[in-house]
Design a protein around this ligand. Structure first.
Ligand code: ZN
Length: 150
């Protein structure tokens, strides 16, 4: 069930929820992430393949759960392509700050591009975890990747 978000938010979230982007499982990903939100049972799995320059070349996403968790994961996959893991981390941090209610500069908002639509979720504090799920999973996945690559 969707909380009473503005129409644009609803439209974008439902579109991603119904037609998740990069909805496939990648073989031999360098970065793997799994996230689970016990509050509403949301689950996401992400896989990233990097190119020789360390930038994200391909993203895979599978998941189930509420519309906000699945839509934010789908939107995140679109933002990741072409970014290095450092850039992905920067986006994750900015997104988290936005969701926690911090005021971002217009440059910062711009670098979040379409993800800013999800700021509407802030009106529903219990759903913030849903919106952050894929981002937290990504953080863990990147840590694991760096830890294993010595
Ligand atoms: Zn949820």
């Amino acid at each position: 069930m969707l909380p009473d978000l503005d129409e644009l938010y609803k439209e974008v979230i439902l579109d991603h929820y119904r037609n998740p982007r990069n909805s496939k499982r990648l073989e031999d990903p360098q970065v793997k992430a799994h996230g689970f939100n016990p509050f509403c049972g949301d689950e996401v799995d992400l896989q990233l393949r990097l190119n020789g320059d360390g930038a994200v070349h391909e993203v895979g996403f599978q998941g189930r759960g509420c519309s906000i968790s699945q839509a934010s994961a789908s939107m995140l996959t679109e933002e990741l392509k072409g970014k290095t893991l450092e850039q992905a981390e920067a986006v994750r941090q900015l997104f988290r700050r936005m969701m926690m209610g911090e005021k971002l500069t217009s440059d910062e908002m711009e670098s979040l591009s379409s993800l800013t639509v999800l700021s509407g979720v802030r009106q529903f504090p219990v759903r913030i975890k849903c919106a952050l799920l894929a981002f937290s999973a990504l953080e863990d996945g990147i840590k694991e990747y760096r830890g294993g690559k010595k």
